[in-house]
Design a protein around this ligand. Structure first.
Ligand code: SAM
Length: 300
């Protein structure tokens, strides 16, 4: 039995934890995979070739890392917990194509690590940090083509949600704007040591070359989405007013976009949010033009 081939075997994982005196940290989401078919599915979904570069977030004891390394791709793994160093040196020793960096993914210089090349990302993400990591990966303009990630099923359901349901929200729309999301599989708690309290899901996010809607002002689109989902049970015209937009401007936005303000924002598609944010941007620039004309008239 080699450590290289058996890391998904629960007795090997238990042995490694005992042998290296590791106390698992719940707060770092240290639930290690113990199912080979799940590791294989994540690796296959990652679409790696020996020419690829893949960033793994949170290698743990190196279970998924080994699978990624066996594709021949260049693997960079970023791990926050330096106590895992001794184990990782041992489990990843046979792979010259793996580099481990110790640090926090939220603070690491990812664009420095990635340089000019194109990257894939693969991870069994720690649950406490799933949403901020995803937002960082998709919104920072990093050179990433594909992200294959395991997360809490509840977060995956929010990402895949259709308009109208309670799971549909700002995360759904942000991911939809930047990526095409696809479910690979659900993974039960028994696939990890120790088992987490919830079911997990593996998603593959393919970064889009162009967003599915073209808007005049991307920042305004996401500001509008944030305002709307801050109070999701309210009707849309009330969301606008609560977001500091005057009743007058709210009426103009709705009229310009041709949208019924009595609907709830949770029923709007990304395309409808795009129309509304363009209408808002348009009335803002009309107002700017009008006020500069007024100032000139005043001066004259
Ligand atoms: N990849 C391994 C597997 O599938 O068995 C371990 C996955 S475990 C769910 C999450 C890993 O992420 C742990 O090793 C944990 O120490 C690491 N981690 C937690 N927070 C992190 C952070 N902010 N930056 C980098 N790694 C982190």
């Amino acid at each position: 039995m080699t450590i290289e081939s058996e890391l998904t075997d629960i007795s090997v994982v238990r042995y490694m934890i005992r042998r290296f005196g590791l106390r698992l940290k719940h707060r770092l989401g240290q639930n290690f995979l113990i199912r080979k078919d799940v590791v294989d599915a994540v690796v296959e979904a990652s679409e790696l070739t020996p020419e690829s570069r893949v960033l793994e977030i949170g290698p743990g004891i190196g279970t998924l890392t080994q699978g990624l390394a066996r594709t021949g791709a260049q693997v960079t793994a970023l791990e926050i917990d330096e106590r895992l160093k001794e184990i990782l040196e041992r489990t990843l020793e046979p792979y010259s194509n793996v580099k481990i960096i110790y640090g926090d993914v939220m603070k690491a210089d990812l664009s420095g690590i990635m340089g000019g090349a194109r990257w894939h990302v693969a991870a069994n993400l720690p649950y406490y940090i799933t949403t901020p990591v995803l937002i960082l990966l998709i919104q920072s303009g990093l050179p990433i083509d594909l992200i294959t990630v395991m997360m809490q099923k509840e977060v995956a359901d929010r990402i895949l949600a259709a308009p109208g349901g309670k799971e549909y929200g700002a995360l759904t729309l942000a991911v939809r704007y930047y990526c095409e999301a696809e479910k690979i599989m659900d993974v039960p708690p028994s696939s990890f040591l120790p088992p987490p309290a919830v079911t997990s899901t593996v998603l593959r996010l393919r970064m889009r070359k162009n967003p599915p809607v073209t808007v005049r002002n991307e920042k305004l689109l996401f500001r509008l989405i944030k305002i709307c989902f801050a109070q999701r049970r309210k009707i849309f015209s009330n969301n606008l007013r609560n977001g500091g937009i005057s009743a007058d401007d709210a009426a103009r936005i709705l009229e310009t976009a041709g949208i019924d303000g009595n609907r709830r924002a949770e029923t709007f598609s990304l395309e409808e949010f795009g129309r509304l944010s363009d209408a808002w941007d348009q009335i803002q620039s009309e107002d700017r033009t009008n006020s500069s004309c007024k100032t000139e008239t005043d001066i004259l």
